[in-house]
Design a protein around this ligand. Sequence first.
Ligand code: GRF
Length: 205
Amino acid sequence: MFFCTNHLFLRNFSSSTMTKRIALFASGSGSNAENIIRYFSDNCDFSFPVIISNNENAFVHERAKKMGVPSITFSREDFIEGKKILNFLQEKRIDAIVLAGFLLKIPDLIIEAYPRKIINIHPALLPKFGGKGMYGMKVHSAVLEAGEKETGITIHYVNSNYDEGDIIFQAKCPVLSGDTPESVAQRVHALEYEYFPRIIAEIWN
Ligand code: GRF
């Protein structure tokens, strides 16, 4: 176990050296959330005090338990209204939010409280194959049906429209003959694991 000993000391002195406290939002398996937490486990510049979900049965809670990270579920209504979640984020002194496989819309109240401080990862090359209803295997099936020769990942800021915020980063991989949605997903996931933590470190360092 690695301990960061300087947090409390630094917090009172210099904002630029303060640990960034990031909330991860995840609706499903949470493999990206786990990958991000493990990537930063010995980096005192970033901490991940909580994983927030909209689904109490999501596997991400198992991963959180295993890593010793608290996780919490809010209802669909809470995600529409926003106030309760915003209060929680503020109580936890959250500086930024990372959506890692999160399916609901982020309420405007939270977007306004965290300008340029919420990012999302999308498993395709936006602006193609994005928008409401385009998530998970549906994205990879659509890519195959369209006969695309390449796909990839997009990391972007979150605004009030699904998958439309400014693009921060994209990485590509080929679509091969004989690919299935599952094999495309696997290739895309590998890109996500490689780049998502690195982009977080770069933009909020
Ligand atoms: C990822 O492919 C991500 O791009 C998308 O949802 C998927 C989540 O996978 N937004 P996991 O829950 O991190 O395994």
